[in-house]
Design a protein around this ligand. Structure first.
Ligand code: PLP
Length: 320
């Protein structure tokens, strides 16, 4: 599909708007990506919305669907930036409490926020326990991807993605997505996006579409490689703890000196983010402080040869 970069589409001969009017509302490339993401997640047709980033998607979701004074139960150890957004919105009356997502969410909250698996502690949520809670349930499924998990089928009301990661997959597009189970929620969120403007640009939607073509082969390969690396890391004398959810390309492991290891790899890039074709690794303590172990390294496994990745890791680990 080619990119339609227009921001404006003419009204018809009776001066009535057609399918597309103004690109803040919707554009053909974005609508096609939304159709494909809704299908991947097993949602009703077209019930996905793109945003300018995963963070914009998260902020829009809570602003559109909650009221001042409402409380979110947030999975402890979930992506650091999600808690940062909720703290920022605390000035507007939004509260949040953390809970252990491997068990049931606390009472008295209006939204449950899960992450599958949590980044970087890599716990999997108990989706069924969350679905039994009266509040609506969001599952940030960025790291699981629809190749491994379709949270709507396990009772979630929303699936959120930082499409910047696996869905786009090449470290060259910043994009978010929210998939809704209910048509009313989808419509509320669509209007909120249209009115407040955190839309995804057509070129970015095109990069996302290109990424989706290879999503399955990329994620299956990344998972296969991550399984090998996680097993070897767990047996390595320089590694204290290894975390791997059994699915996806994210691993975290603890060493005595994370900085020394992250700066010693050659093939694995010392960079933030995850989900790209190139492997990246970083100490998360620099961002998250003492909420995670000081020696924790987060590794996002790319598409390189598994033996070359292992040789790179093993050499870096041995020299510290
Ligand atoms: N959710 C998870 C699990 C993430 O890892 C990230 C980014 O690292 C986000 C959401 C935020 O996405 P973005 O960086 O596209 O705003």
């Amino acid at each position: 599909m080619s990119v339609d970069r227009r921001t404006v589409w003419p009204y018809d001969e009776r001066s009535e708007p057609g399918d597309f009017v103004y690109s803040r509302y919707a554009h053909p490339t974005g609508v096609e990506a939304e159709r494909q993401i809704a299908a991947l997640e097993g949602a009703p047709a077209g019930q996905a919305l793109l945003f300018s980033s995963g963070s914009a998607a998260a902020a829009a979701l809570v602003l559109a669907l909650l009221e001042p004074g409402d409380t979110i139960a947030l999975a402890a150890g979930a992506y650091f930036g999600t808690g940062v957004i909720f703290r920022e919105l605390g000035r507007w009356g939004l509260r949040h409490v953390e809970f252990d997502q491997t068990g049931p969410p606390p009472d008295g909250v209006q939204l449950v926020w899960l992450e599958a698996p949590s980044n970087p502690l890599l716990t999997m949520p108990d989706l069924e326990a969350a679905a039994a809670h009266p509040a609506r349930v969001v599952c940030d499924s960025t790291a699981a991807t629809p190749i491994h998990l379709r949270p709507l089928e396990h009772g979630a009301d929303f699936v959120l993605h930082s499409g910047t990661k696996y869905l786009a997959g090449h470290h060259d597009a910043l994009v978010g997505a929210v998939v809704s189970k209910s048509a009313d929620d989808h419509e509320r969120l669509r209007l909120f996006r249209q009115r407040t403007g955190p839309s995804c640009a057509p070129d970015v939607a095109w990069l996302l579409l290109r990424g989706l073509k290879t999503l399955r082969v990329r994620v299956e390969r990344q998972t296969a490689t991550a399984r090998i690396l996680a097993e070897r890391l767990a047996a390595h004398p320089k590694v204290e703890t290894t975390r791997y959810a059994g699915i996806g390309g994210l691993i975290s492991f603890d060493v005595a000196d994370a900085r020394a290891v992250e700066t010693a790899t050659r093939l694995i890039r010392n960079a933030t983010s995850l989900g790209g074709t190139d492997s990246t690794m970083e100490s998360r303590h620099r961002w998250e402080g003492d909420r995670i172990p000081r020696g924790l390294l987060r590794l996002s496994v790319g598409l390189e040869d598994p033996e070359e990745l292992w040789a790179d890791l093993d050499r870096a680990l041995r020299q510290v």
